[in-house]
Write a protein that binds this ligand. Structure first.
Ligand code: GLC
Ligand code: GLC
Length: 812
């Protein structure tokens, strides 16, 4: 069953039934000020950091789900309703939500009145703008009482939810004209406040939550709205909210537009006050003035659209398959940008409290959007590298507000360092900017410790080399990519986190085949980079380590039909025929086949065939099989999940592309494509009631074949799945791959495809690429021409900037 449809022309997903199987959300903002908005108007806002600068409240996992948001209530004399159906849940005559690129519109129609709310964060603006359009479609005059509503968060989203002995006494607001200001803690240690305005004189307001709702009423029945009369309450402590009350009279056929601005301001220490206890409102007023008319708002939305046109024009595909085109051209790229902005911090599955920016996550996310805004990728790489330690080790995460490593979330995940090489090299290949390698970058953000970024890559590489186990394979540390395979943790205490508890690495023999493959793949990239930058001695040294890693994998990492996953603390095999449960895992087989280890000897084909046979399922490739059915203290969190969920045999979508890419190494485009399609959301739209999460974005996990309900997805939006699938489809299946000296054309497609067309902007030039597959092969380019001239090899050389060039590639 479907709950809406794609509108590719407008780059929107249109939801026509508000009762989606889970809140289907969108993200607003792409730089400093962010909001999440659901298809019924639920969600919240924050500035930069979802934990430390939360602007409005949201209640996770509430009853009902998705409670709290940016709500509008309309009292039309006959009924009380909301344009987004929720929170009133008054049956609407029609409903439509359009999620677009960083904006959402929600329209409800009731008793002949249309109410449409446009939500977006204009470019370079520390505010969310909401335009409420009211239209009277009847022949009679309509008198409407309009109440807006947001609930302030007392800034720190964590203490806001627990420190009630303090919180109930601190809340403070100011009201001036049509603007409600939230200034809790402003007089002491904070230099910021928030505000909510409307561009119309108000006839009342409320700022005290209890007064607005009544102590015993929920979001669906605020007392003031039901009575059609605000109380003009001024919050002192308890829970401050902001609600404007506006009376609107609409003649038959008349339309009226109201603009609301929900913003954030920071003031200098000596410029905080206008007079005693009265905050300086200059900056808030300036922002409000920028959006005080519908025309100004429309112009700002047009700018936002133009911004997205530009970003999405860098890579466009015409494959003839609309489901594929809409993912590659619109939604997958959009999701990559969102994961870049948020890492794993704020979604309807992530409270924004527990996590900052992940070291490994952010490096991987980069690859999904570096072609759109290389400048921001550059900045991100420097930020990430600045949190690294001098021995190459890393904090697992850092906070976006301070950019400092966050120790509460641990360190010692031994795959982390290698991802910096991946991120940096992807950036250079896209931009051609080698100067980033000379950037001075500190260790652990300490001034005076700066070394070149290139040196950070060297210590990353060395961190693996310096931490090898008894088989010459990389020690796993706290965990490798799989946060839940905790081989040194041995936790018996349900109150400790597997990610931060004591890590018995001393004397451990736990080695990771996933890191081994990762090391070979990006180690080779490192060698090539050394050669390109004239460091031939370093290249030689690094190559030597890679060669011995390949040897160790073949000698001690091969199980006969697939690559084992790891050695445990005691040096026993994990993910081997010898094991009773979880005999085979996806990660090591993905990375070792991507690395092409044993390609000639047939190991790659064998490993991939084992994956097909044992891990593949209707809904995607599961992480391990058979699943763990009991707790193994020596494996940690992975064995705590019930079979089929998350890292215990779920379809963890992030790692499926590793197998897709492995299949392209083997030249099997049919298989790569089959795996791609299985988890690609646009192909799952018809089974939305089973899949549950948004059909326009990837989810982290789909319940695996051993789960109670295989096919049910969770954790949508913020997942490495976005960038990895984008990377796999564009660079390995379609095969358009940025390289230092040009664009490589190396497709590996299903044999039934006859070809496809791509427009790719690259280093200032535009390439119109047509790939033809006259003989129905899966891989191999026989001839390549640019503007009719034949080129040797499969790399289109860099052409003069500003030009448009036509490229024709004919497969074997
Ligand atoms: C989550 C984490 C990521 C990790 C993965 C597997 O997606 O954000 O860092 O690699 O889970 O455990
Ligand atoms: C939990 C999750 C896992 C995630 C990790 C990040 O263990 O199950 O998916 O990677 O937290 O800290």
């Amino acid at each position: 069953m479907k709950y809406g449809h794609f509108d590719d022309q407008r780059r929107e997903y249109v939801i026509t039934n508000p009762r989606t199987p889970w809140p289907w959300i969108n993200y607003l903002g792409n730089e400093d000020f962010f909001s999440l908005v659901s298809n019924t108007g639920g969600g919240y806002s924050f500035y930069k950091d979802a934990k430390f600068r939360r602007i409005t409240r949201y209640r996770y996992n509430n009853v009902p789900m998705d409670s709290g948001g940016k709500y509008f209530y309309i009292n039309d004399g006959e009924s009380v309703w909301s344009p987004g159906w929720k929170p009133c849940k008054t049956e609407l005559d029609s409903y439509e939500c359009r999620h677009g690129m960083n904006y959402t519109t929600i329209k409800g129609v009731k008793n002949g009145v249309e109410a449409e709310v446009l939500y977006f964060v204009p470019l370079k603006t520390w505010a969310e703008v909401q335009k409420l359009t009211l239209r009277n479609t009847t022949g009679e005059v309509k008198k409407l009482k309009i109440f807006s509503f947001v609930e302030w968060c007392l800034w720190n989203a964590a203490s806001d939810m627990e420190n009630f002995q303090r919180n109930f006494s601190t809340g403070e607001v100011e009201i001036e004209d049509s603007v409600i200001y939230h200034k809790t803690e402003y007089k002491e240690r904070r230099n910021h406040y928030a505000y909510y305005s409307v561009n119309e004189p108000i006839s009342g307001f409320d700022t005290d939550r209890e007064t607005f709702f009544g102590l015993y009423n929920g979001f669906d029945e605020p007392q003031t709205v039901l009575e059609g009369a605000p109380r003009n309450s001024v919050a002192h402590g308890w829970s401050p909210v902001a609600s404007h009350y506006v009376e609107v009279e609409l003649q038959p056929g008349e339309t009226k537009e109201l603009v609301y601005v929900l913003g954030y301001v920071e003031n200098e220490e000596d410029d905080k006050w206008e007079s005693k206890n009265i905050i300086n409102k200059t900056k808030a007023k300036a922002t409000i003035a920028k959006f005080d008319s519908a025309e100004k708002v429309d112009a700002a939305l047009a700018e936002l659209r133009a911004y997205w046109d530009k970003l999405l024009n860098v890579f466009t595909l015409d494959s003839g398959d609309e489901k594929l085109d809409r993912m590659v051209n619109i939604w997958n790229q959009y999701q990559c940008m969102i994961t870049f902005c948020f890492s794993r911090s704020a979604s309807f599955f992530e409270s924004g409290i527990g996590r900052g920016m992940g070291f490994r996550d952010s490096n991987q996310d980069l690859v999904g959007f570096v072609h759109q805004i290389p400048e921001r990728a550059r900045e991100r790489i420097i930020d990430i590298a600045s949190t690294q330690f001098s021995d190459g080790g890393c904090y697992h995460q850092y906070q976006p507000l301070t950019k400092k490593g966050n120790n509460e979330i641990g360190q010692g995940f031994n795959d982390d360092p290698m991802w910096l090489i991946f991120g940096t090299i992807s950036y250079i290949k896209e931009s051609g900017d080698f100067s980033i390698l000379d950037e001075p970058v500190p260790f652990d953000n300490e001034a005076g410790t700066e070394v070149s970024l290139f040196h950070h890559l060297t210590v990353s590489f060395n961190h693996i080399v310096n931490n090898l186990g008894p088989h010459g394979l990389p020690l796993s540390g706290r965990a490798d990519w799989n946060d839940c395979l905790n081989l040194n943790c041995f936790s018996n205490d349900p109150n400790e986190s597997f990610q931060t508890t004591e890590n018995k690495t001393e004397g451990s023999k736990a080695e990771s085949l996933m890191i081994a493959g990762l090391f070979v793949v990006y180690g080779r990239d490192y060698v090539e980079l050394c050669q390109k930058t004239g460091n031939s001695i370093e290249a030689e040294r690094a190559q030597h380590h890679i060669d011995s890693m390949v040897e160790s994998v073949i000698t001690d990492g091969w199980d006969g039909d697939w690559f084992i996953r790891a050695y445990d603390y005691y040096g026993r095999k994990v993910g081997s025929k010898e094991n009773e449960e979880s005999k085979i895992f996806i990660e090591s087989n993905g990375w070792c086949t991507m690395a092409g280890i044993g390609l000639q000897e047939g190991l790659v084909a064998k490993a991939l065939n084992s994956v097909k046979e044992r891990l593949d399922s209707e809904h995607g490739i599961v992480l391990n099989n058979p699943p763990f059915t009991k707790y193994y203290i020596e494996y940690g969190e992975i064995s705590t999940y019930p079979p089929g969920y998350k890292e215990n045999a779920g379809v963890f979508c992030h790692n499926n592309p590793w197998i897709m890419i492995g299949e392209t190494v083997q030249g099997r485009g049919d298989r790569a494509w089959e795996y791609f399609r299985k988890i690609c959301p646009s192909y799952l739209e018809e089974i939305s009631d089973l899949h549950r999460t948004e059909p326009y974005v990837y989810s982290q996990m789909i319940a695996g074949k051993d789960a109670f309900l295989p096919g049910e997805a969770k954790n949508s939006w913020l997942t490495g799945t976005a960038s990895w699938n984008y990377y796999a489809i564009t660079q390995y299946i379609l095969g358009i791959r940025p390289d230092y000296n040009g664009l490589m054309i190396n497709p590996c497609i299903p044999s039934e495809w006859t070809g496809f067309k791509i427009t790719r902007q690259f280093r200032g030039a535009s390439y119109e690429i047509e790939v033809k597959n006259p003989n129905g092969v899966m891989k191999g380019v026989a001839s390549l021409k640019i503007d009719g001239k034949i080129i040797e090899g499969n790399i289109i050389p860099l052409m003069p900037e500003g030009g448009t060039y036509s490229v024709e590639a004919v497969m074997v």
